[in-house]
Design a binder for this molecule. Structure first.
Ligand SMILES: Nc1nc2c(c(=O)[nH]1)N[C@H]1C(S)=C(S)[C@@H](COP(=O)(O)OP(=O)(O)OC[C@H]3O[C@@H](n4cnc5c(=O)[nH]c(N)nc54)[C@H](O)[C@@H]3O)O[C@H]1N2
Ligand SMILES: Nc1nc2c(c(=O)[nH]1)N[C@H]1C(S)=C(S)[C@@H](COP(=O)(O)OP(=O)(O)OC[C@H]3O[C@@H](n4cnc5c(=O)[nH]c(N)nc54)[C@H](O)[C@@H]3O)O[C@H]1N2
Ligand code: SF4
Ligand SMILES: [Mo]
Length: 717
């Protein structure tokens, strides 16, 4: 048999590394980084390199399955499954109305470049608001904060070419994810190394000495949950020292004097005590950041899952803005996007326009739509709460609510309560086990895709269209096709930005993507015909003069921000290691993290990745283990106000004393007793979903969770 080699990109995570795949006899046998790619330069990680195992594993679902009355799954022809699913959806809409039908787009819904757009368009067409994605249990507070702050039309500084970068609670060399201005997820080690060699200073604020912290100029090992205290002190210090961009603030900022007063309590000493840092560390970070000319502060999941996330994100916007870290008149916007319409960028503030408080309302928690979709943190309650508008059917696109949603017991009750659960999943995941139908997904190498999700993440105008490398499994469906199948059977057309698609003839993926990118500056055909990733240098926008005689200003004190700052300053000082929560005393704070060898719950099934670990260890400082008479490998029970789980403790000197660092999306259904060492456990058992949620996003505290620990006998585990 001959071996053919194909250029494509990996879709195991959202980094979309350009790769070459060797195919023999219709099977991928080897994956390498494409060293000729202008952005990735040959970078890959262990997850991408194991794609051949993902395609070959017997655990993979290759046929669509239906659960019978005994609870067993049996193969069903995919067309028949689509007939039955459509019929049940139609009947639920007839009985309860369109809102009863919901979609949840998880990680692998995002990894298919057409899925979320088609799912959203279908929901609009049938008149259902019940469209949910993982974004609203991830880092929604950043966009919420930015929306009420205002934005600079010319954009903010990119990472490449900056003098400083402050990373607060993210670890992009492992997660391959940072907001624009942080280390780009594309070959992040090389980018960090090159920029630091050029002189960039990197400041990391994290309770753990992470992989990126170890490479940074300065690491501040902050107490979890104290990011807003730290940021308020940084802002106070640089305003006192007049290190901010005074001219920029005079021209473009509202409420600077009032903010100056509100941050007055946050002296270096006050913040240092609360953050468990030295005052000189905060001063050094503030001055390093402010004295640089270019570069921004960014956050990640850490502070977004910890207390007061909108305040943290607001203070990050404030820090970047008062230091004037925006592209000025005459500067080139590094990447205006290759797949979206080119718009002019003036040197002006775009008026604040809060991305909440309008549109459809949730029936629970006083929430409404956020960022144009319904808040996932309220989805379980929307399923469980009887009455008009109750969700009865859920289509889950490449997501795993049973281990990813806050409050695992509540999620279990919700999934069981549904009349119809359809999972598009590669495996019998914890959630898929509860489904009525598991649709076999068409996998990455079997389908066309384009880098639509990451289009504006690059700091050059890069784009990659890949054709399918392998023939498609005819019994599988792409995530977007589920909606086309229902639309064609129900006769309900849906509109994409470039127009409707035929309901009688199955559109190709290219036709769908063409409609999603119809106003792009480079035609999709041109991008596709490159046959590889390419930088489209012609896509250029220069920041132009403002044509608005009276432009808006940045809002330094919108909405509840003044109250939050006041309340933060008044919070009682934490004493020693005892933490009082809900009248109970706890000893440690449990924080979130990512592990290099898995992507949330994906990868835990594959032998090549399991070689790196089969559980999500509870990483703790060796000092803590010693004082608790624990040692690596012992089983512990971790208990919070909301629940308890079993975990395998592991000594890690990079973790701050008093902290437990543990990855999420491990484990199985709650009754998986006895398998912690081979499956891990879901940290969402510890999330206090009913008491700790944010009033705007509904997202509970998923990091900096007060917990206590005790050793357990192995027989119990
Ligand atoms: N406590 C706590 N909870 C968290 C977080 C945390 O840090 N702490 N993080 C949150 C965040 S940021 C997120 S994004 C969510 C993630 O939430 P989800 O996206 O719901 O969870 P995943 O585990 O990523 O689910 C991915 C599913 O897709 C399946 N899959 C794998 N490959 C494919 C494929 O090619 N096609 C299809 N169709 N399916 C595939 C997998 O088997 C798995 O079931 O979790 C959130 N929950
Ligand atoms: N290999 C791999 N890559 C992934 C994923 C994966 O599971 N594995 N998941 C993907 C997903 S869904 C997402 S959303 C992104 C997330 O990308 P990131 O946000 O970069 O996620 P993490 O690597 O968990 O980094 C969060 C950091 O916050 C720190 N932290 C926790 N609590 C606090 C706090 O209160 N304050 C501060 N300052 N820091 C805190 C943690 O120690 C951790 O180092 O990663 C994605 N990439
Ligand atoms: S970082 Fe790894 S998993 Fe993510 S796209 Fe690149 S090779 Fe694939
Ligand atoms: Mo995420």
């Amino acid at each position: 048999m001959t071996i053919s080699t194909h250029k494509t990109f990996c879709r195991f995570c959202h980094a979309y590394c350009a790769i070459e795949v060797d195919v023999e006899d219709g099977k991928p046998i080897q994956v390498r980084g494409d060293t000729s790619d202008p952005v990735y330069g040959g970078y890959t990680c262990i997850k991408g390199r194991q794609l051949p195992e993902q395609f070959a594993t017997p655990k993979r679902i290759r046929e669509t399955l239906k659960r019978d009355s005994s609870g067993a799954f049996r193969p069903i022809d995919v067309q028949l499954a689509m007939d039955e699913i459509t019929e049940r959806v139609r009947s639920i809409i007839e009985t309860y109305g369109p809102r009863a039908v919901a979609t949840y787009v998880g990680s692998y819904g995002y990894q298919n470049s057409a899925a979320l757009h088609v799912a959203k368009a279908w929901h609009k067409a049938i008149g259902s608001d019940s469209y949910y994605t993982s974004v609203t249990i991830d880092q929604p507070h950043r966009k919420i904060a930015q929306s009420q702050f205002g934005a600079w039309e010319g954009g903010t500084h990119a990472f490449t070419g900056a003098d400083v970068c402050m990373l607060i609670g993210n670890n992009p060399v492992v997660s391959q994810y940072t907001p624009f201005g942080g280390i780009p997820p594309f070959s992040p080690y090389a980018r960090l190394r090159d920029e630091m060699k050029r002189g960039m200073k990197v400041i990391v604020v994290d309770p753990r000495a992470t992989e990126v912290a170890k490479r940074a100029t300065q690491h501040l090992q902050i107490r979890p949950g104290e990011d807003p205290t730290f940021l308020a002190a940084v802002i106070r210090h640089l305003l006192k020292q007049r290190l901010h961009d005074i001219a920029f603030c005079e021209a473009h900022v509202d409420d600077l004097d009032a903010l100056t007063e509100l941050v007055e309590p946050f002296t270096l000493d006050f913040a240092a005590k609360r953050c468990e840092l030295d005052p000189s560390e905060i001063q050094f970070a503030a001055e390093t950041f402010a004295r640089a000319k270019r570069g921004v502060a960014v956050t990640g999941t850490g502070p977004n899952m910890s207390p007061r996330p909108i305040l943290t994100e607001h203070l990050v916007c404030t820090l970047n803005t008062i230091c004037g870290r925006v592209n000025r008149l005459g500067e080139r916007v590094p990447n205006p996007g290759v797949l979206q319409p080119v718009r002019k960028r003036e040197a002006k503030v775009l008026e604040a326009n809060p991305a909440y408080g309008k549109g459809p309302r949730s029936r629970v928690r006083g929430l409404g739509e956020i960022l144009g979709e319904m808040p996932t943190a309220a989805l379980n309650d929307e399923i469980l709460l009887e009455g008009e508008g109750q969700i009865k059917a859920l289509i889950c696109l490449g997501g795993n609510p049973m281990v990813a949603f806050p409050d695992q017991d509540k999620t279990l009750a919700a999934m069981k309560k549904l009349d119809l659960l359809v999972c598009v999943d590669l495996y019998h995941s914890a959630t898929a086990k509860l489904a009525d139908y598991i649709v076999a997904p068409t996998l990455s190498l079997e389908r066309d895709d384009v880098t639509l999700l990451t289009d504006t993440w690059y700091d050059v105008p890069y784009c990659h269209y890949t054709r399918a490398v392998l023939p498609r499994n005819e019994q599988s469906r792409e995530e977007w096709e589920i909606y086309w199948e229902m639309a064609s059977r129900m006769g309900t057309p849906f509109e994409l930005p470039g127009g409707a698609v035929s309901l009688t003839e199955r559109p190709t993926k290219f036709e769908i993507l063409k409609r999603l990118t119809h106003a792009a500056p480079i035609p999709l055909e041109t991008i596709r015909d490159q046959g590889r990733g390419h930088v489209f240098e012609d896509v250029q926008v220069i920041v132009s003069e403002s044509t608005n005689p009276n432009p808006a200003k940045f809002q330094l004190l919108p909405s509840d921000i003044p109250n939050e700052l006041e309340a933060l300053a008044m919070e009682p000082d934490r004493e020693g290691s005892s933490i009082v929560d809900h009248n109970q005393t706890y000893t440690h704070l449990l924080i979130s993290r990512r592990l290099k060898h898995v992507f949330n719950s994906s990868g835990q099934q594959l032998e090549s990745l399991r070689a790196k670990g089969t559980t999500n260890p509870a990483y703790m400082n060796p000092q803590d283990l010693e004082s608790l008479h624990l040692s690596s490998g012992m089983m512990i029970e971790i208990e919070s106000a909301a629940g308890a789980l079993l975990g395998v403790v592991e000594a890690a000197s990079d973790v701050k004393p008093g902290v437990i660092s543990m990855a999420h999306a491990w484990g199985d259904l709650p009754d998986n007793g006895g398998s912690v060492r081979s499956q891990g456990s879901s940290t969402n058992r510890l999330v206090d979903d009913n008491r700790t949620f944010n009033p705007i996003t509904g997202m509970p505290r998923m990091s900096a969770i007060p917990v206590r620990i005790r050793a357990v006998e192995e027989a119990l585990a």
